[in-house]
Design a protein around this ligand. Sequence first.
Ligand SMILES: [Fe+2]
Length: 189
Amino acid sequence: MTLSAENKNKLKDIKSILYGMDIDYEHDNIDLELDKIKTGIPLIDRHHQELLKLVIALFRMLDSRRLDEKKFKTLIKDLMVYSLEHFAYEEKLMQDAGYPDIEKHRHQHNNFNLKLDGFLRELNEQTELYDYAVRMNLWLVEWYSAEILHSDQKMAFFLQRKKSRMYAAAGGIGICLAAILLILIYRKT
Ligand SMILES: [Fe+2]
């Protein structure tokens, strides 16, 4: 299969974005436990790993010129389901923690859903599948790298700081209660 110059460039762009996340996509056992993409929130990190696995699987199909239509459609369906689940989880955490940038972040999630809907509507018998899949893969890699490296890091920083403040406050209350208890015991003796 001969690639058009446009597709070659898009595949090159995808590779450089993956390397920008420190992801060595060429290995069969791709390491996604990387510091650069970790937020420190276990379930979010696990979601990101699953989502990235799908995005990378698509890239590997395209890079090897072995795009299987059935596998591609299953992959897109999984990606849609996992993304919705992931966004709902992030939005719940942000809501519960009173994250000030929640609306901006939610807007990014909504834009992702709209764009993905647009892609899915475009898919029909007339679609040149390889071109379509490369275009979609580039958009997914760009979108997820921006989300994981920037928006989610910012959100996770806020959530972690809030959690450590809560622990510190709880620790402070515990120390006060222990001190009061000691005073009461001392007075009785
Ligand atoms: Fe995320």
